[in-house]
Design a protein around this ligand. Structure first.
Ligand SMILES: *Cc1c(COP(=O)(O)O)cnc(C)c1O
Length: 245
């Protein structure tokens, strides 16, 4: 065990090494504020999620110290190996989720953003019930109709939402999407329309509170088109250490 005095210099060296994150975070906040002042209402609240895949828990904790209050996790295994090292912080799941892995995360995340099938929603419902809770979910929309991406086609979102709304231990809380790279503005507009349309129907147990869209490359545009949760990895933490699988 080191004494407190011995620990402090280490902390300072570490903070210096992570200094770039402070600048990155400031820039993201500035850009969101700028986009918001041009296109959104003053009272709109836009949350920043720090996407943690491949990022060292020490750096994640440093981000939490700077004011980050929401983490986004992509991979169950990676999350389980890191979660005990995190400082207290809200965590949501944003990656592709296999039904047999739901049980591992059900008590550690506040929302699952990547629900694109009834089968997955039903398993979340089952595990939530078992743990005496209700899980917030977002429906993932494949807004660019890309074959390579998960998410459900925008034409099928309402039908899926209605089916899922019968499940008692899940709560539909909005939509999530990953638009194609360099997507035209109309793609973002379509997503915003869909989000509004479903919300205006005021359907039982279907709430459109969260529109999760925008990553490092497109968060300014996403804020222009109604996003209230941007998911940022690279622009906050720097380039990822190894390739995604
Ligand atoms: C990796 C990832 C992000 C963040 O991507 P960056 O371009 O690094 O900001 C956001 N959302 C999802 C679902 C991701 O997998």
């Amino acid at each position: 065990m080191k004494s407190l005095q011995e620990q402090q210099p280490t902390q300072q060296i570490q903070d210096k090494k992570f200094e770039y994150l402070v600048e990155n975070y400031k820039e993201i906040c500035y850009n969101i504020k700028d986009s918001k002042s041009k296109y959104r209402d003053a009272e709109d609240n836009i949350r920043i999620m720090a996407v943690t895949k491949t990022v060292d828990p020490m750096l994640i904790n440093f981000a939490i110290d700077q004011g980050i209050d929401l983490l986004g996790e992509n991979r169950v295994q990676e999350f389980l190996s890191k979660k005990d090292l995190y400082k207290p912080c809200e965590v949501q799941f944003i990656g592709h989720l296999q039904t047999n892995k739901v049980k591992y995360i059900i008590n550690d995340v506040s929302q699952i953003q990547s629900v694109d099938s009834f089968k997955l929603a039903a398993e979340i419902d089952r595990q939530a019930k078992k743990n005496k809770k209700t899980m917030d979910i977002l429906i993932e929309v494949n807004i660019g109709d890309e074959l390579s991406k998960s998410g459900i086609s925008k034409n099928d979102v309402l039908e899926l939402a209605k089916r899922i709304s019968e499940l008692e231990n899940v709560r539909i809380n909005g939509l999530m999407a990953i638009p194609p790279i360099n997507a035209d503005d109309c793609i973002y507009g379509n997503l915003q329309e869909l989000f509004k349309e479903i919300g205006q129907k005021k359907l039982n147990r279907i709430n459109m509170n969260v529109l999760s869209v925008g990553m490092s490359g497109d968060y300014k545009k996403a804020v222009q088109y109604g996003s209230n949760l941007v998911r940022i990895g690279t622009k906050l933490f720097g380039a990822r250490k190894y390739l995604e699988v």
